[in-house]
Ligand binder design. Structure first.
Ligand code: GLC
Length: 719
């Protein structure tokens, strides 16, 4: 085996440097000097070995990769080619919607197909591995990285994780890349929604809610796992032996590569877990973490740890072999340039075929939050005003743009003009900054609105207000945007708000005032065309939110799959004050929009909800089914959702758990029956004895269009 053969010839120093990841920048110097530049220079590595590092990150461009790889191999004695890794999060060059949007499509095949497209674009630029999918379960919209996640439900997150891994990796052919599931584990549970903050969840909550999506990725054959910045049970994930060696590798059987997050090994000092970089190296290797991304602990201290007998050469060999096997599987050991192709990359990336895929994804991801019957607008409309700070900007493609470009992104104004031509008129109205108070552009916008038959008002966030390190303590829409809305409504009642956001926003006031709200998330390179297609009815919105939209930040964390508590406030009294219940003095408990909520231009009627039996024996199965009929005026899609409620358990159980969903398309008048299978497996959870089992007892079942649906039957699990 090539990997084993290469390992057997490596010196200890070469093995150690093979576990180091640096940026590509160092190898782009074509003057032959190996002076470490840029971010790498902070690592103070031994320059003799910089041509022995095993992997490189942050690279976009086929020629860039060719240059870097050529320089690397020219400088290397051992000539073991590095593999290039990149954050291909929601597209490589052609961007599709942020992942919180793709999840809202409730369509794992869509998640698969967009990942497959991104993999092709990335492979043509020489990328071998993407640091995706991010599958962290999230409950706090203050956290900037909810945009990368699939939301608050472990089942849906798992379905999306599986589909995305399979989309990237396929059969590991020339247009595939290896996936890296992240951030292991529970990074989304950061307290107060503040990035990198403390995570403190019980093992039961970890296993019940946070771990399933990583396990789904592992079961789908993901090639790499990235450990998270945060602590789990007060131990940083980078050096968490229980989490990585015992759970990931021991329980789940993962024998692939584990990589740190950016400088996360060294950050174990800041955590107060390690005294120095040497201890960081020891703890990380003890946990069986393989690659150190952008910090020098392994490079500068593993050798002395071996000499002191604290780390064995066998431990290092095992890590190096995992990296070499990944390279072998990617074909890099035989062809260092892998699938790079400058000409094909130019032809394919951001080409019409991929734009069409991105546009379809944006249409399927959008969520119609409100529609007082003004949507869809007629394509024959005499004039439409396109107004707002997000109306004529490409800065709505989403954070983590990889190689995506703002000036390649179709703006809403462009998209609308592609349908109605010069019947579209524009005004900015106000700025996008969350702290802007400038009202000087409102009057001009009002005049433009006054003359139009309808207004498309593009509000929300700038794309840089979500993503890593972009957390917010205020998730409202800025007052100046409400001022603009108020003034426009005074002169024109036909206002559609197109909302661009990387997170759930607290938009109760918008829900009260706007006749229609179409949440486009951050929709990617084809943003404007998708928005216009939906608004003018070329496409019918079918997305449903996978993360709860709160009425106010004061309700956060708020999520559908919560426990009932000993003093629940009954839903029928939600708008009443019921003291001495788990409730608020100044707000209902219900969210503004619940998990699984989203409207369509048509109407779907649910009927004939039934169970095939009211008793389930272990090893048996029963079927929950419903008829869904399109009783409206448009062809449309509906994500039918199936939930259970375990009424009693050896530990308390959530009031609802999503256990199935199916997205169906119905013509006007068409009816379909949707079925969901219930077996013992469906009912398993982490019991009081921390066993993953189903317990006898009664379960309510639900089939509906959102998590707000009511139970329609009860069954009992018996021996
Ligand atoms: C970042 C992110 C991680 C990303 C890595 C490489 O800090 O946490 O998601 O993959 O560094 O860019």
């Amino acid at each position: 085996m090539k990997a084993q053969e290469i390992l057997s010839k490596m010196t200890l120093e070469e093995k150690i440097y093979h576990l180091v990841q640096m940026t590509t920048m160092t190898y782009l110097k074509t003057d032959g000097t190996n002076i470490v530049t840029g971010p790498d220079s902070t690592m103070k590595l031994d320059k003799e070995y910089i041509y022995d590092v095993g992997t490189l990150l942050n690279l976009v461009g086929a020629q860039t990769m060719i240059d870097a790889q050529t320089n690397f191999l020219n400088g290397s004695k051992r000539k073991v080619p590095p593999v290039f890794m990149q954050d291909v999060i929601h597209g490589h060059r052609t961007l599709y919607p942020i992942n919180l949007g793709v999840a809202a499509s409730f369509d794992p095949k869509l998640a698969h197909d967009v990942a497959k497209m991104a993999a092709k674009e990335a492979s043509l630029d020489g990328v071998g591995v993407t640091f995706a999918p991010m599958v962290d379960l999230v409950r706090d919209p203050r956290w900037g990285r909810v945009m990368e996640s699939s939301g608050e439900d472990p089942y849906l997150n798992s379905q999306m994780a599986k589909a995305t891994v399979e989309g990237y990796q396929g059969d590991m052919g020339k247009y595939n890349i290896a996936a890296c599931v992240k951030h292991f584990a529970a990074y989304g549970a950061a307290e107060a929604g503040r990035d990198y903050n403390t995570v403190d969840v019980s093992e039961r909550m970890l296993r019940e809610y946070y771990l399933p999506s990583y396990k789904a990725a592992v079961d789908a054959g993901v090639k790499m796992v990235m450990t998270a910045f945060n602590i789990v049970d007060s131990v940083p994930c980078s050096g968490n032996k229980w989490l990585v060696k015992d759970v990931l590798r021991g329980e789940w059987g993962f024998d692939g590569v584990v990589i740190s997050d950016y400088s996360a090994f060294e950050e174990m000092i800041d955590h107060g877990y390690c005294e120095d970089k040497k201890e960081c190296a020891y703890r990380a290797m003890e946990a069986t973490s393989d690659i150190e991304m952008m910090s020098p602990c392994y490079a500068n201290h593993l050798k002395e740890l071996v000499e002191e007998g604290k780390i064995s050469v066998e431990q290092i060999d095992a890590a190096v072999l995992r990296v070499l096997k990944l390279k072998e599987e990617l074909g890099v050991l035989d062809n260092p340039y892998r699938s790079v192709n400058v000409e094909e990359a130019k032809r394919v990336q951001v080409g019409p075929e991929h734009r069409a895929i991105a546009r379809y994804a944006a249409e399927e991801s959008a969520v119609l939050l409100k529609n007082n019957f003004i949507l869809p607008l007629s394509k024959d409309i005499k004039s439409v005003a396109v107004i707002g700070p997000n109306a004529d900007t490409g800065a709505i493609h989403g954070d983590w743009p990889c190689g995506g470009k703002v000036d390649e992104t179709i703006t809403v104004l462009e998209g609308v003009k592609n349908i109605v031509g010069d019947r579209a008129v524009y005004a900015k109205g106000c700025n996008i900054e969350y702290d802007s108070t400038d009202e000087s552009m409102i009057d001009e916008a009002v005049e433009v609105a006054r003359e139009a038959d309808a207004v498309i008002l593009c509000l929300g966030e700038h794309q840089s207000y979500s993503g890593e390190g972009n957390c917010r303590t205020n998730i409202e829409i800025p007052r100046v945007q409400y001022k603009l809305l108020d003034k426009i409504l005074e002169v024109n009642k036909n206002v559609v708000v197109a909302l661009f956001t990387g997170r759930p926003l607290a938009i109760s006031e918008l829900d009260e005032k706007a006749p229609a709200i179409l949440n486009m998330w951050m929709p990617g390179t084809e943003a404007g065309n998708a928005t216009a297609n939906l608004i003018f009815g070329n496409a019918n919105p079918s997305g449903k939110i996978t993360m709860t939209f709160p009425r106010s930040l004061g309700q956060v964390p708020i999520y559908y799959n919560a426990f009932n508590t000993g003093r629940p406030k009954l839903p029928e009294y939600d708008f009443n004050r019921v003291r001495f219940t788990s409730s608020y003095l100044d707000s209902p408990n219900s969210p503004l929009y619940p998990f699984g909520y989203g409207l369509s231009y048509t109407e779907f009627e649910y009927s004939d909800l039934k169970l095939s039996a009211d008793t389930l024996t272990r090893g048996g199965k029963i079927i929950a089914s419903a008829k869904i009929k399109n009783v409206g005026k448009y062809k449309g899609k509906e994500a039918v959702q199936f939930y259970i409620h375990d009424l009693f358990g050896s530990v308390v159980r959530p009031v609802k758990e999503l256990k199935g969903f199916e997205k169906i398309e119905l013509d006007v008048g068409e009816e379909k029956t949707v079925e969901f299978e219930i077996t013992e497996e469906t009912l398993k959870f982490w019991t009081k004895d921390m066993k993953f089992e189903a317990e006898n007892g009664k379960f309510d079942v639900f089939i509906g269009k959102s998590s707000a649906c009511k139970p329609f039957a009860t069954f009992e699990l018996v021996d």
